[in-house]
Ligand binder design. Structure first.
Ligand code: ADP
Ligand code: ADP
Length: 224
């Protein structure tokens, strides 16, 4: 049932080793937290899994297919079609309303405005932020903005959502609310989540924890 498999990844930035033999498996629909100290290689691991950067050695396979065997255009098509992304600061388009931000990936895929915005509105409701539809990202709270980013990541039917410190800019109460709604929405749509965080309270929403230390990944089954 493995969706994403990384084997023995090595990556250096100049003389700095960022990954030094990291291996990770993510199952379909699984919510995996990637923990570990600052500088241990978490973001690099996430970027390799998402095909944003190429490891120096080792392989990343999605549904059994090595990402390195795909052309650049196939790889970006995969990222658009199957992967979603949520970062620490939502990275919403400031000129668009929140509704238009969520509708944007569907519009880029050629959906009609009406259809895209109707589906976007359903996702805003699911994340309990119907009221921000007409506001621009600069007019909503941090927690609301991150929920808009979650909606935008899931709306196209992504199979894997990569989240890098998605609650890092929020206080713990809002962070937990975002994680509760994020994980519920991911479970509803059957998407796997790879979540980089250093906050144990955020990691507690995952099915499994991977601890990265000195560029190596240690897989810990969550005792539940
Ligand atoms: P984490 O996400 O756990 O904080 P990173 O994956 O960001 O760790 O970084 C791992 C190591 O690689 C660190 O020593 C970091 O300074 C280095 N590194 C990461 N990205 C780059 C880069 N683009 N250029 C140079 N060094 C980098
Ligand atoms: P959340 O719990 O989702 O983070 P808050 O309770 O912080 O939301 O915010 C409640 C209301 O205050 C929202 O309707 C939002 O529009 C407004 N608000 C909060 N923070 C900001 C901000 N930085 N700029 C503009 N409006 C904000």
């Amino acid at each position: 049932n493995a969706l994403l498999v990384a084997e023995d990844l090595h990556k250096r930035f100049g003389a700095t080793p960022a990954l030094d033999g990291a291996s990770v498996t993510v199952g379909a629909g699984e919510i995996v937290a990637v923990m570990g100290p600052s500088g241990s290689g978490k973001s690099t691991l996430l970027h390799c899994l998402a095909g944003i950067i190429t490891p120096d050695s080792g392989t990343v396979s999605y549904r059994g297919q090595p990402l390195s065997s795909l052309s650049d255009s196939r790889r970006s098509a995969l990222r658009r079609g199957e992967f979603g992304f949520v970062f620490q600061f939502g990275q919403l388009v400031p000129e668009l309303t929140c509704l238009e931000n969520v509708a944007l990936p569907m519009r880029l895929d050629g959906a009609k405005r009406r259809d895209a915005e109707r589906r976007a509105a359903e996702w805003l409701a699911r994340l309990e932020i119907d009221d921000v539809a007409k506001k621009r990202p600069g007019e909503v709270s941090g927690g609301q903005g991150q929920r808009v980013a979650v909606a935008r990541a899931l709306v196209t039917g992504a199979r894997v959502v990569f989240a890098d410190e998605p609650t890092g800019a929020l206080d713990s109460l809002n962070g937990e609310r975002v994680m509760r709604l994020f994980t519920a929405a991911a479970r509803d749509s059957g998407a796997a989540v790879v979540l980089v965080t250093h906050e144990p309270r955020v990691a507690a929403y995952s099915d499994r924890e991977i601890v990265v230390r000195d560029g190596r990944a240690l897989d810990l089954e969550r005792a539940r």
